[in-house]
Write a new protein. Structure first.
Length: 95
């Protein structure tokens, strides 16, 4: 199993717009081969900060995800909204 956590910080004034883009991305990502789970969270105290928690069957599935048209479209749409570059980190589950 391969886990990916991505923290996305957007400009506060565009949080609702970014939320729509990210919800669409998560919905489409859940349909991909190898996707075992794709959750999207919005920070309660800072609603312009989002976190994905992704579970992929294998690293190759996560890599393929990054090459999909819907990821490319989401990056193109959300890119101008970012307050900082997304922090994307892969993890291995310990227990």
């Amino acid at each position: 199993m391969h886990y990916v956590l991505a923290r996305i910080t957007v400009k506060p004034e565009v949080a609702e717009l970014a939320k729509g883009i990210l919800v669409d991305l998560a919905t489409k990502s859940r349909q991909e081969p190898g996707c075992m789970g794709y959750e999207l969270y919005q920070q309660a105290e800072a609603p312009h900060v989002f976190q994905t928690v992704e579970q992929w069957q294998a690293k190759a599935d996560a890599d393929a995800h990054m090459a999909t048209l819907h990821v490319g479209a989401a990056i193109a749409a959300a890119g101008p909204l970012f307050a900082a570059a997304p922090e994307i980190v892969a993890y291995s589950r310990l227990i």
